[in-house]
Design a binder for this molecule. Structure first.
Ligand code: NAD
Length: 335
């Protein structure tokens, strides 16, 4: 029998999770919520996801637009084994889930304190086993953990310094900027380092961030002080054996995030998404115990597989993280 999943908030992340979850053999989406009858609500209907109004206050909007709903979140939640909360941050649904005794997963816009458990499949799948509430960390934090965690367990890490070159908005979002400026995040260090530590507390890491006028990806420039001297070939070999890291090469014409996204479109996944973290193999360098590398993050999709694994862990469907990751990846098309 498939576990029943509700998606509260069918936006950038919610719609991607709905597709990825429905593609899995052991789970199904039983409904998605929207506050407004936007094109995304229509798309949910077209894709066959039962549509619910997020609350009874919004029902009339859907009626007026002639868009059929199956009821409200109050009708959907009792039927679900777990709810994916993909609403904008601080929407305050926790009490509602608690009252119904439902398990829930939030996204990286929320603070760690909301759940007390922040998740990355490779780093702490086991910790989430049977848990009621989990937060899947943000796209940038997921990216950092994907490449740092294997280094940490294999070689040991003394310290990490990472600069996040952040996309200013998602591609659909015409309201945010900058559109012609570079904006340093003046809160130093940025929140990304502590966010990594919410999953791996012992990892010494400091981060800074800069917003740039692009919508397609984030880029990280990372410098790691390892505990051992290793070669760049060793590091590349380690990452090749790690799920959800993909290599790109400047020598093959991938010199920027633009070409990475072109490659992602060629991979023919849903929406041209790239679930893996893209690392430039010709950008990996070691000098003694110091490691330098660049990686790019598809902000709209790298957290998708982590959410699917979090469901398997919280609902105790699979004890082995690698087996869960393998299943997840197989059904969303990650080799
Ligand atoms: P979004 O704005 O694209 O989507 C949010 C959805 O929630 C919209 O469909 C909106 O209609 C709906 N919504 C708004 N208020 C609601 C309410 N009261 N009840 C139910 N639904 C409501 O936002 P998003 O980018 O998908 O972000 C969702 C979460 O995912 C945030 O925590 C964000 O930080 C995190 N996240 C976003 C990205 C990204 O790049 N977009 C990446 C990783 C994590």
């Amino acid at each position: 029998m498939k576990v029943k999943v509700a998606i509260n908030g069918y936006g950038t992340i919610g719609k991607r999770l709905a597709d990825a979850i429905n593609a899995q053999p052991d789970m199904e989406v039983i409904g998605v919520t929207k506050t407004r009858p936007t094109f995304e609500a229509k798309m949910a209907n077209l894709r066959g996801f039962p549509l619910y109004a997020a609350s009874k206050d919004f029902v009339s909007r859907f009626d007026e637009a002639g868009l059929e709903t199956q009821g409200t979140l109050d009708d959907l939640l009792p039927e679900a084994d777990i709810v994916m909360d993909c609403t904008p941050k601080k929407m305050g649904y926790k009490e509602m889930y608690e009252k119904l005794g439902k398990k829930a997963i939030w996204q990286g816009g929320e603070k760690h304190d909301l759940t007390g458990l922040s998740f990355n499949a490779m780093a702490n799948y086991e910790q989430a086993y049977g848990a009621q509430f989990v937060r899947v960390v943000s796209c940038n934090t997921t990216g950092l953990l994907r490449t740092l965690y294997p280094l940490y367990t294999e070689y040991g890490i003394d310290n990490v310094l990472a600069v996040m070159v952040r996309r200013s908005a998602d591609p659909w979002d015409t309201k945010r900027g900058p559109i012609n400026a570079i904006e340093p995040v003046l809160k130093v260090p940025s929140h990304h380092g502590p966010d990594v530590q919410s999953v791996v507390p012992e990892l010494n890491i400091q981060t800074t961030a800069v917003k740039v006028p692009t919508t397609i990806m984030h880029l990280h420039s990372v410098v790691v002080d390892l505990k051992k001297e290793v070669s760049s070939e060793d590091v590349i070999g380690l990452w090749k054996a790690t799920p959800r890291i993909i290599f790109v090469s400047g020598s093959e014409g991938i010199k920027s995030t633009a070409q990475i996204m072109e490659m992602a479109r060629d991979l023919c996944r849903e929406r041209g998404d790239l679930y893996e973290i893209a690392v430039w193999d010709d950008g990996v360098h070691t000098v003694g115990k110091k490691l330098y590398y660049y990686q790019a993050i598809h902000q709209e999709s790298d957290v998708v597989p982590e959410n699917v694994d979090a469901i398997r862990s919280m609902l105790e469907m699979e004890e082995d993280k690698l087996k869960s990751m393998e299943t997840t990846d197989k059904y969303i098309g990650v080799c």
